[in-house]
Design a protein around this ligand. Sequence first.
Ligand SMILES: [Zn+2]
Length: 321
Amino acid sequence: MLPTQSEMLRRLVATPSVSSPDARFDQSNRGVVDLVAEWAADLGFTVRIEAVPGADGKVNLIATLGEGVDGFVLSGHTDTVPYNAERWTNDPFELTERDGRLYGLGTADMKGFFAAALHAVARFEPGQLRCPITLLGTADEESTMAGARALAEKGENLGRYAIIGEPTNLAPIRKHKGVFYVRVTVGGKAGHASNPALGVNAIEGLQRVLVALLSWRDGLERRHRDDDFEVAAPTLNFGRVAGGDSPNRICDECTLDIDIRLLPSMLANEVLMELRDQVASALDSGSWSFDVRATGDYPRVFRPRRCRLPQHRRDLVRMFS
Ligand SMILES: [Zn+2]
């Protein structure tokens, strides 16, 4: 007998699964995966629990109901962010009802999804499925994405459609912008401020780069647009500039960190190549060296941008609400 949704959620919340780049807070997600795996098995799912390479104590859950290909995926992450106990009005690991709401660490983001997904699947007769349903529970979404990365590297075809149960205030979101960070480093040559001819000032090189990238950004905005997004254009934010050590020295190195948000139709590699070309031509007439690379970071807090769901897909979502 499957526990009720709130009983499932109570047990999931009571099982800590904090993930954090800070080892003092980082925990295994095995307990949460074991619970979901047990309930999925009771519903007839074939359950796999796979260790995530390079992440000690972290596992992914891949549970499949039915046979065939091109199935339907219900995807969630099993970890939570760390917490500040003193800022909670109840024990974060004890599901507490107040004013018709349930409070507990990871209730909305996103342990509640597993309880909802399992109960949604329980309505189907497994023998009547025309394609398989796969329930995914990944590790470390809140920290390194190690779980999702391990799945992506395996390249296994998990299904044709997916619902990712992230909290969005119940507004269906069907597209997401991509994000990556780029670091531009301009190299010059140090020297004394009294004789500019003896050095190459990296800050002056970066100034040329900034002018070129601002105009390139305007072009990107003109070329790419998707009105489904609140911010319809791709964005390019110059977030950090660092370089130099003293007013009386010629700066020999200067870096610029950029946050780029792509529309679904854009490819990160192509954008990075265009950006590199812009930097190269901006510095063409001087003696600067340069380096342009994606730094592989991603923001911890990333707010999805709303976009409307076409009518014909709303039925699918209603099934799970
Ligand atoms: Zn989440």
